[in-house]
Design a binder for this molecule. Structure first.
Ligand code: FAQ
Length: 218
């Protein structure tokens, strides 16, 4: 499990969060707008020109490869490129997980037009992606990291686009294996249930990064 040390202060994390979070939110808006726009052809071409200019501005200086899983010297994690929770990843819905005192992990989030599979419903692969992440965080809630080994999903009924809730908890431990159960729900109840086998890396022998604090966090 690879982590990258980036030794920066809480103030610098907050500065970067304030800079990048609104940018990423605007790109999410852009993705939604591209799907749903009905403006005339010239307006589409003008928007395309502006977007290409923005891409060129950002590409003037960039890292090689992906963002990586970065953490500070006091083990605050900054997985900002992550596909599900990444603060700098517009593909991420984003899902913000909450870890409870009983080690249950929950998340309330919204999936819009960009996540559609069947008409007005969430793509099954997106349900799987979100559940894999929420189960993975629940599997790691005992501060011992783990990878997904196997995850099984039961799609009970279509998941409508809109406000959703996910939750998961470890139900059993067996050596390096943790069995984690979870579900995805809309306002009427569960739409997908999940069961996963999460495996602690065999070479793991120390602490793992935790989430970077947000203003207002306890
Ligand atoms: C590490 C491991 C999963 C297992 O390798 P090793 O350590 O060499 O395993 P070893 O052979 O030593 O067996 C030990 C025990 O485990 C059992 N067992 C083994 N395999 C499986 C299995 N597949 N499924 C079920 N069980 C399996 C095996 O029978 C044995 O049991 P036993 O003791 O006899 O009763 C490796 O295959 C791998 O890296 N896979 C890719 C993982 C990956 O990329 N995942 C996606 C990224 S993570 C993510 O996205 C989610 C996330 C989000 C947030 C936070 C956290 C997570």
């Amino acid at each position: 499990m690879e982590f990258t040390l980036e030794d920066i202060s809480d103030d610098e994390i907050a500065r970067r969060r304030d800079l990048y979070e609104p940018l990423t939110d605007s790109v999410r808006e852009l993705v939604d707008a591209v799907i749903r726009t009905e403006v005339d052809d010239d307006s589409v071409r003008e928007a395309h020109r502006l977007i290409e200019a923005a891409v060129n501005t950002l590409r003037a200086k960039q890292i090689d490869g992906s963002y990586g899983v970065r953490f500070t010297a006091d083990l605050q994690g900054m997985p900002w490129g992550n596909a599900v929770i990444g603060l700098r990843n517009a593909i991420a819905p984003p899902v913000q997980t909450v870890r409870h005192a009983d080690d249950r992990v929950t998340a309330d989030f919204t999936l819009g037009a960009a996540y559609e599979g069947p008409s007005d419903c969430v793509h099954g692969g997106i349900c799987a992606m979100v559940l894999d992440h929420v189960l993975g965080e629940a599997g790691s809630a005992d501060d011992v990291p783990c990878y997904t080994g196997t995850i099984s999903l039961r799609f009970l009924r279509p998941t409508p686009l809109g406000s959703l809730h996910a939750e998961a908890v470890i139900v059993e431990r067996d050596g390096r294996k943790k069995i984690v159960h979870g579900s995805l729900s809309d306002e009427k109840g569960q739409t997908v249930t999940a069961e996963g086998v999460f495996i602690v890396p065999k070479n793991w022998d120390g602490p793992m990064p935790r989430k970077a604090r947000r203003p207002g966090d306890a």
